[in-house]
Design a protein around this ligand. Structure first.
Ligand code: HEM
Length: 490
């Protein structure tokens, strides 16, 4: 550790402190696989807001403060916006064309510009509000019919929203082929990108080893996965093209961009762009909405308060809509607290720095990976009082107290790579929260006369979900039941 701190002739400043490593292999055994955000937060406590490790010559910088992260990834975004190469997920499984993993450059900017035009602001999203309202109403019907299948219904609904917006595709009520495909492909993304899971990510030259070679089983796995990913990106795109050719396409991201004249390369980029939205949109908001039902099970008082607000503003005769959003401040605060409480992408997607930098006196060599510990920033006692407490009030101005930091400035990443789905995600989580609270009471399950208190535990992985739990979901009243049963298209 001390050796690392020494100001060497070669380096213009010392590396940031971090756990001591071994010569050559560096900190290979320190990279945590299970809930890595907890270990990274420990490093924050021990070594400060910027810490450094080295794994086989790869420098990794861990950030544990919102200020430092903003100063680096946002203020210096011209050099902090690249992505690392992921030999397994990107090169072998084929996600490298998904714009989540594109290097910083023209190709990425083309993608981001297109997405921004379609869903990049609250105003642009307004076109899709009716779709969200209809789809979430359908979700209420599914939950009413089979409350025990909550997780499935949330997945199905998120898939329905994103397939409609990306391709103009309307899902089947059961076993929709595109929803199953996305679920499969997104699972592959998570597995193939898991840090440290694949030797080829540590020794990239292994990618050249033939498939039959002992120990090269990962190449067969990658080939099989690549086929599924290709299918996931191509099949719904072909659907949209066929609909356009037949003159029956619904307006969507793909149809509006296919209206212009595109060369073959642009069409390929568009196919991947739509595929990226479809993949990224089908698994992320699911985690927040599933966390919402858990939080309501655990916090009946918060639930009652939000329901009282919705009853007073919306009344019993209709479901809430986006038009009510500005009149429901407590529900808004509740939604923010859901986001803060359950970090969906807990350590973000790594950025890569393209120039040498010195930040806060520490040397950040060109090519370093930057891991922002989003989970810790959402639980940092310097930003949030009693962070482990679920408390929407923290986001309301009370007794002269300023509201605490909006978690959306952290939750969706940073700088020029900030999540482009932010407004879609925000709209989906909000409308799901407001509509569900308007009609359902969510509570603990009683089994054999005993109330079961579910535990909040999260899965590891790039996208983290609350682990399965049980809750009871019942219509609040006969009027609520009638509202759920109304035709969703009206
Ligand atoms: C709860 C919901 C969501 C969360 C928490 C979330 C979070 C994130 C985060 C942390 C990043 C990395 C940002 C960075 O590198 O600094 C990201 C990137 C991205 N997100 Fe989301 N996201 C969500 C929903 C969505 C949705 C609904 C879509 C699509 C419609 C989407 C599309 C993307 C894409 C395409 C990228 C890659 C951007 C790039 O590399 O330039 N996300 N998201």
């Amino acid at each position: 550790y001390l050796v690392k701190q020494v100001f060497t002739k070669k380096n213009p400043a010392p590396y940031a402190p971090g756990p001591p490593g071994w010569p050559v292999i560096g900190n290979i055994s320190d990279m945590p696989h299970v809930k890595p955000w907890l270990t990274l937060a420990e490093w924050g406590k021990k070594y400060g807001d910027i810490s450094h490790i080295e794994v086989l010559g790869q420098h990794i910088i861990v950030l544990n403060s919102i200020n430092t992260t903003m100063q680096m990834l946002d203020k210096k975004s011209s050099i902090y916006s690249d992505r690392p190469v992921f030999p397994m997920a990107g090169e072998l499984v084929g996600w490298k064309d998904s714009f989540t993993l594109l290097p910083y450059g023209d190709h990425l900017r083309w993608n981001r510009k297109n997405v921004h035009r379609v869903i990049g602001s609250r105003t642009a999203m307004k076109v899709y509000h009716p779709i969200e309202e209809i789809e979430i109403h359908r979700f209420l019907k599914r939950v009413l019919a089979e409350p025990g299948e909550l997780r499935e219904h949330i997945r199905h609904t998120a898939g329905a929203v994103i397939l409609r917006i990306s391709y103009g595709y309307e899902v089947q009520e059961k076993n929709d082929p595109f929803i199953d495909l996305a679920e499969h492909a997104v699972g592959i993304f998570s597995k193939s990108i898991a840090p440290g899971a694949w030797m080829v990510d540590i020794i990239p030259s292994l990618a050249k080893v033939p498939e039959w070679f002992p120990g090269a089983g990962f190449k067969r796995v990658a080939r099989e996965w690549k086929e599924i990913v290709e299918e996931m990106v191509s099949a719904p795109f072909q659907f949209a093209k066929d609909q356009i050719a037949a003159g029956i396409a619904l307006k969507s991201f793909t149809s509006s961009l296919l209206e212009g004249t595109l060369c073959a390369e642009e069409e390929r980029m568009l196919k991947w762009s739509a595929g990226t939205l479809y993949g990224a949109g089908s698994d992320t908001t699911v985690s927040s909405i599933y966390a919402f039902f858990l939080a309501m099970t655990l916090s009946p008082d918060v639930q009652k308060k939000a329901q009282a607000e919705i009853d007073a503003v919306v009344g019993p005769g209709r479901l809430p809509s986006f038009a009510d959003r500005d009149s429901l401040p407590y529900t808004e605060a509740l939604m923010k607290e859901i986001l803060r409480w359950n970090a969906v992408v807990p350590i973000g997607i790594p950025h890569r720095v393209t120039e040498d930098d010195i930040h806060d006196g520490y040397y950040i060599p060109k090519g370093s990976l930057i891991l922002p510990n989003i989970w810790f920033m959402l639980n940092d006692p310097r930003t949030y009082s009693n962070p482990s407490e679920f408390n929407p009030e923290r986001f309301l101005a009370n007794d002269g107290k300023e509201p605490e930091t909006d978690p959306r400035t952290i939750f969706f990443g940073f700088g020029r790579r900030i999540c482009p789905g932010i407004h879609l995600a925000d709209a989906s989580v909000w409308i799901s929260t407001a509509m569900s609270l308007a009609v359902f009471n969510i509570s603990k399950v009683v089994e054999n006369g005993v109330e079961i208190t579910p535990e909040f535990d999260s899965t590891s992985g790039l996208i983290s979900h609350p682990k399965p739990y049980k809750c009871s979901i019942k219509p609040r009243s006969a009027k609520a039941l009638a509202l759920i049963k109304q035709d969703a298209n009206n």
